[in-house]
Design a binder for this molecule. Structure first.
Ligand SMILES: [Fe+2]
Length: 358
């Protein structure tokens, strides 16, 4: 199944931020955005502000970094800061499906062809955490006062990370406005709550020369705890998502497109009208084909994901918005501070303090 691509250009070109004045064509585009997010938990978009070259520049740098010896990368590790910044080595992130017994029970009820692969241990992938955007000076959820970590010898690091990170946040903001309009909410219903959120650029690196066997689980079945997650196209496929109807689909991201996934915070704000998309990253036949091609072309075998986790601000309240407050399911989503929600979710998966991973 091919996911439909939404071109953000017509929306970005319209100067009218008042949705009551929006062109009917744009309103129906916004409805498409919310409908696809509801049905698939994911959305492919094309953002004219984000080029193939931008994605390549970012992935090239991250490949160069992940290819460095483990001893070098461990210099950027900050375990005492709960990996909030710098590198998280492989074997630290634990997939929820490994520790959540209720989830394991649900696997058994799924038809065999749609069942997730069961990981046998922590995820064998590295991750780098880089904060994007400003943080509130006065907050109940102060992030640890930690300086960003820049690896030695990577003079282009800060520029490349910030440039990609801000592009990703901008794309998410456009989608968040369109989704809000599509869901029948004010256009800034989501974006006003994202201001100064703890957004994290958190690319992963998976060594396919060591872990390239079909069936290897890089990220076990899980949902993301943040608002929306966005990635550029990876050079190696492997991500599968579960649609709302329970069907499992391997995602094909066309060149020049970005993939957005619904996280738990949008589920909360819409009282479950849009639920957090379940997904996993596994070495598939398509991944091994891409490995063969990369070997022939003498390219890096590190699978880099250019992931950014966009969050609702920690001090904002997560609760069903607008007409969703009247939903019969609203009681399942009681008001909670976004920061408190994140802490609760993280303590369930061994990553307290790490605001990116899920
Ligand atoms: Fe995820």
């Amino acid at each position: 199944m091919e996911l439909q691509v939404i071109d953000l250009a017509p929306y970005l070109q319209s100067n009218d931020s008042d949705p009551t004045h929006l062109d009917p064509k744009l309103i129906s585009l916004c409805s498409e955005v919310s409908r696809i997010l509801k049905e698939t938990g994911a959305l492919l978009v094309k953002d004219p502000r984000c080029s193939v070259e931008d994605n390549d520049r970012f992935i090239d740098m991250m490949e160069k970094y992940f290819e460095m010896p483990a001893e070098f990368k461990r210099l950027q590790e900050r375990p005492h800061l709960h990996y909030q910044v710098g590198v998280t080595p492989e074997g630290v992130e634990v997939p929820r499906s490994l520790v959540d017994e209720e989830m394991q029970e649900r696997f058994k009820e799924m038809p065999k062809e749609y069942r997730p692969l069961t990981p046998t241990g922590p995820d064998p992938k590295w991750r780098y955490m880089w904060r994007i955007g400003s943080r509130p000076s006065n907050t109940r959820f102060q992030e640890l006062n930690s300086e960003p970590v820049i690896p030695e010898g990577f003079s282009e690091w800060k520029d490349t990370m910030d440039s990609w990170g801000y592009k990703m946040v901008n794309a998410i903001e456009a989608v968040a406005e369109m989704a809000a309009i599509g869901f029948g909410l004010p256009n800034d219903a989501f974006t006003s709550r994202m201001k100064q959120g703890p957004h994290l650029l958190a690319p992963t690196g998976s060594d396919l020369s060591r872990y390239g066997k079909e069936g290897t689980v890089f990220a076990g079945y899980h949902y993301d705890l943040n608002f929306l997650t966005i990635h550029g196209r990876s050079r190696f496929p492997g991500l599968s998502i579960w649609l709302r109807n329970g069907q499992k689909v391997e995602v094909k991201v066309p060149i020049g497109c970005l993939l957005i996934q619904a996280g738990k915070q949008i589920e909360w704000l819409t009282a479950g009208d849009c639920i957090a998309g379940m997904h996993e990253v596994v070495v598939t036949k398509r991944t091994t084909d891409a490995i063969k091609l990369a070997l022939e072309q003498n390219r890096s075998l590190w699978r880099v994901s250019s992931t950014l986790f966009a969050h609702i601000a920690s001090d904002a309240i997560l609760e069903p918005l607008g007409h969703f407050a009247e939903s019969p399911l609203a009681a399942k989503y009681p008001p909670i501070c976004a920061g408190e929600f994140v802490e609760q979710e993280l303590s369930a998966i061994n990553l307290k303090g790490n605001k990116g991973a899920m």
